[in-house]
Design a protein around this ligand. Structure first.
Ligand code: ADP
Ligand code: MG
Length: 683
């Protein structure tokens, strides 16, 4: 980095925080989006929301008081007028914006009183000499805390001049570059940091430019290789063979109030088979919501316990952890096995005692949230890790737990459970380190949930059907709109809805759960709902995963048009768990876009999570920037598992080829894209 002008220890430290330690890292710190400052846009043609460069003459500058001091500067270019508004400004700044001067500014146009405005635009006053306009699109980098975008652009520009082809090693086989029509590495990197003015703006903004596709391919390949190498490494470690658990497993299964489905039985056999080996199990159990994954996991923990070992069961939310703990306790206590619940809410003396019992092996099964990762949690003989709803945890979090394995140098077995039925090519990438079992059958007697979509204006009709349903003994969920921008707004909305419903339905008993509540309170409400004391549960999406109340048979989801298909399917999975005919009502705010209509139609037409997932993929046309973030699958720098799904078959083939023929390139790629995060995979 010393080769770059202006990089002292201070800046170097900041860069390091972003994971940038050398010139190559800098070049692989890729822009998140772009701005087009290559043209001066006539003011008259500006649209609200547009980010653009404009140039005009200052007509008037004044300080006004509207609640607070504002500096307003009115400019015009002959095609129209625009107001620049500043909330923070100095005297000299105010004086500089003198009437008659020419100004060039860049900012986002917003509608305001008295016409379009730009708030705190970047600006330059123009003198007699012309100011050159940018000849490349302007990259905008991901969060650069304490580092200005301009600084980063400058460093990147220097780095591009310094770097030679030899330094940026091309790890992709030439054959692939040819076949996929990908640009070379240096060319691609240069394009992404300094796209020429004539670049297809739309394509590059959406991540579809060939240079981006090339980088996405490389990143997917690196991630995939890293998982495969990780698998190879873990599988070479010794694990405790959990053989011959005696009658415990059979007794447990016999003690259940139902018979396991054929699919559950098959998966149980696969698990017990894996556990009996001296190699760590690495298995993913996929099964649609309601397919009965929990009990299958419980079988594995019973096996471990009967062999004198401990299991850790991790859930993504406190609510779910509590519910699992409750189930496990009921199942396992009769067998003489002690279980414990450990979450962030377990404090003080209780926590201390629990930690001691875990450390001396008295507690065989520990259920918890990510609090189980904490250093203070020490196991005696941890031999099995169960991770529920894995998409909520990163691969690396999961691996951190693995390090808690038996002090005897043995690696715990891993069982991952997910209800996200992603298509096979995606699974091969996201779970390349895992064997996959599928529970492809629902317990008998389930009736598919009837799903209906209706505009929110028909809300009042619902109120009376909820009344009827609840008075005849059913229970219902009311899921409040998702407000992504703010947690506070989210739970406020839930509180408002609860008030509104309480008023409209005085004869029912109502409960409210949201993420901001203390876990004790949440637990109380859930328990009351479970026991039927609450008829109608108003909730935020905290109930999305795992919550299991079989008597609930009606679900209303507000603002369904704003949620992803996978999420809606998960939510809907909360009903239809008993033998009653259940319904799910999707409320939406009209007008619906064509795409939103198609999405809601998918849910009306099928209850099969796999079909929902496939349709979700098919419906994400180009230009839709929903992505992995929403599905919770792997997060990457430039690639998006969903958007770039078409690259995956070739990624897999290339990976197999490279592991055999180009081990050096495998190392290089992993170092470049996965870097430190891959330390678990290093041999
Ligand atoms: P998920 O796969 O979504 O985690 P759960 O494990 O929560 O599903 O199970 C859903 C419901 O089905 C629970 O109420 C559970 O008791 C019940 N269940 C599980 N297996 C069976 C079975 N073989 N027969 C009947 N009910 C079952
Ligand atoms: Mg579950």
């Amino acid at each position: 980095m010393q080769r770059l002008h202006g990089v002292g220890p201070h800046l170097a430290a900041r860069l390091e925080k972003l994971g940038i330690q050398c010139v190559q890292d800098l070049l692989f710190f890729l822009p998140l989006r772009y701005e087009d400052r290559t043209q001066i846009v006539p003011i008259g043609s500006l649209r609200p929301g547009q980010r653009a460069v404009v140039e005009g003459e200052i007509q008037l500058t004044e300080v006004v008081y509207r609640g607070r001091r504002n500096l307003l500067c009115r400019i015009s270019d002959g095609t129209g007028g625009l107001i620049l508004r500043f909330f923070h400004f100095s005297r000299s700044q105010q004086d500089g914006l003198a009437r008659g001067k020419r100004i060039r500014c860049f900012g986002e146009t917003r509608p305001g009183t008295g016409g379009l405005q730009m708030i705190h635009p970047e600006y330059r006053l123009l003198g007699d000499t012309d100011l050159a306009i940018d000849d490349t699109l302007t990259p905008v980098y991901p969060t650069t805390e304490g580092l200005q975008q301009g600084r980063l652009r400058n460093l990147t520009r220097q780095a591009l001049q310094l770097v030679s082809t030899g330094e940026l090693e091309e790890w992709l086989p030439a054959r692939i570059l040819d076949a996929m029509k990908f640009p070379g590495l240096l060319e691609a990197v240069t394009m992404l940091h300094q796209p020429p003015a004539d670049t297809d703006f739309q394509a590059i903004q959406e991540g579809r430019h060939p240079a981006q596709r090339r980088m996405a391919f490389e990143e997917l390949l690196a991630q995939h290789l890293s998982l495969r190498r990780l698998r190879r490494k873990i599988r070479s470690e010794p694990a405790a063979a959990l053989v011959d658990p005696g009658a415990a497993v059979a007794d447990f299964i016999a003690s259940l109030s139902y018979v396991l489905t054929t699919a559950q039985q098959r998966v149980v056999v696969e698990l017990l088979d894996d556990l009996a080996k001296e190699k760590p199990m690495m298995r993913l159990v996929q099964g649609d919501v309601g397919s009965g994954k929990t009990v299958v996991a419980a079988v594995a923990t019973v096996c471990a316990a009967a062999c004198g070992r401990q299991s850790a069961v991790m859930a993504p939310t406190e609510l779910l952890a509590e519910q699992h703990a409750e189930n496990f306790r009921q199942w396992l206590e009769p067998l003489g096995l002690e279980t414990a619940l450990l979450t962030g809410a377990t404090k003080g003396k209780t926590r201390q005692q629990m930690l001691e019992k875990i450390a001396d092996g008295q507690v065989r099964i520990v259920v918890g949230t990510h609090a189980l990762f904490q250093e203070s949690v020490v196991f005696d003989h941890l031999a099995l890790i169960v991770v529920d709803e894995q998409h909520r945890f990163g691969v690396h979090q999961r691996l951190a737990l693995r390090e808690k394995g038996g002090g005897d140098g043995r690696c715990p077995h891993q069982l991952i459970m997910t209800a996200t039925p992603i298509p096979r090519t995606l699974a091969m990438t996201a779970y390349a380190d895992l064997d996959v079992s599928v529970i492809d059958e629902l317990p008998p007697g389930r009736r598919p949930v009837t799903t209906v979509a209706m505009p929110e204006s028909r809300r009042h009709e619902l109120v009376s059907s909820i009344r009827d349903a609840c008075l005849s003994g059913h229970q219902a969920y009311w899921v409040c709109p998702l407000i992504e921008e703010s947690d506070v707004l989210h739970y406020e909305a839930a509180e408002k809805t609860a008030d509104m419903l309480a008023e409209a339905l005085p004869e029912l008993s109502l409960g409210l759960v949201h993420g901001r509540m203390k876990s004790k309170d949440k637990h109380r409400v859930m328990q009351a709902f479970k026991e039927g004391e609450i008829n109608l549960l108003v909730a935020t999406t905290v109930i999305e995963v795992g919550v299991d109340v079989p008597n609930a048979s009606l679900m209303i989801i507000e603002n369904a048009e704003r949620m992803g298909l996978a999420q809606l399917h998960q939510l809907r999975g909360r009903v239809g768990r008993g033998s009653e005919q259940s319904s799910c009502l999707l409320l939406y705010k009209p007008p619906l876009t064509d795409l939103a209509k198609k999405r809601l139609a998918v849910l009306r037409e099928t209850n099969d999570g796999f079909k929902v997932a496939q349709a979700d993929l098919d419906l994400r046309g180009p230009g839709e920037l929903l992505g992995t973030r929403q599905t919770g699958l792997m997060q990457m720098r430039i690639a998006d598992l969903i958007r770039d799904a078409d690259l995956l078959p070739e990624v897999h083939k290339t990976a197999t080829f490279m592991m055999k023929e180009r081990p050096d390139a495998v190392d290089g790629l992993i170092r470049r894209w996965v870097g430190e995060a891959d330390r678990f995979g290093k041999v």
